[in-house]
Design a protein. Structure first.
Length: 119
């Protein structure tokens, strides 16, 4: 079970992490592979290996990527569970807002209809 699931969801950390376009691109690059080292990711993004490592650490802290040793290399892969948990949380919030906005609309329409009867 991921840390986000154990803690009821740490969406703030994940959303903050995803706010950075470079980190989103790194996730896209990694999701298209079975594991890449930092140098390979850097080549794909045309940034330094050190820059990629900084972003990979942030992604790993948010549990959005995992790493594993393959010989002398460290390969990074996307960990989909925290993304799925956050997407589920966002969809639930969207449903809540839809219900609340629908109720507000109905209340406004009822008030408007009531005012017409007064005229």
């Amino acid at each position: 079970m991921s840390r986000s699931a154990r803690n009821g969801g740490d969406q703030a950390e994940i959303l903050t992490c995803l706010a950075d376009p470079t980190r989103r691109t790194i996730l896209e690059v990694l999701s298209a592979s079975a594991g890449m080292n930092a140098g390979e990711v850097a080549t794909e993004l045309d940034i330094t290996r050190q820059g990629v490592m900084k972003h990979l650490r942030v992604l790993a802290d948010a549990e959005l990527v995992t790493s594993r040793r393959a010989g002398r290399e460290v390969l990074y892969e996307v960990s989909p569970e925290p993304l799925r948990d956050t997407a589920t949380w966002l969809l639930a919030r969207a449903d809540d807002w839809e219900r609340q906005l629908g109720a507000l609309k109905r209340a406004a329409e009822a008030t408007r209809a009531g005012m017409r009867h007064i005229d």
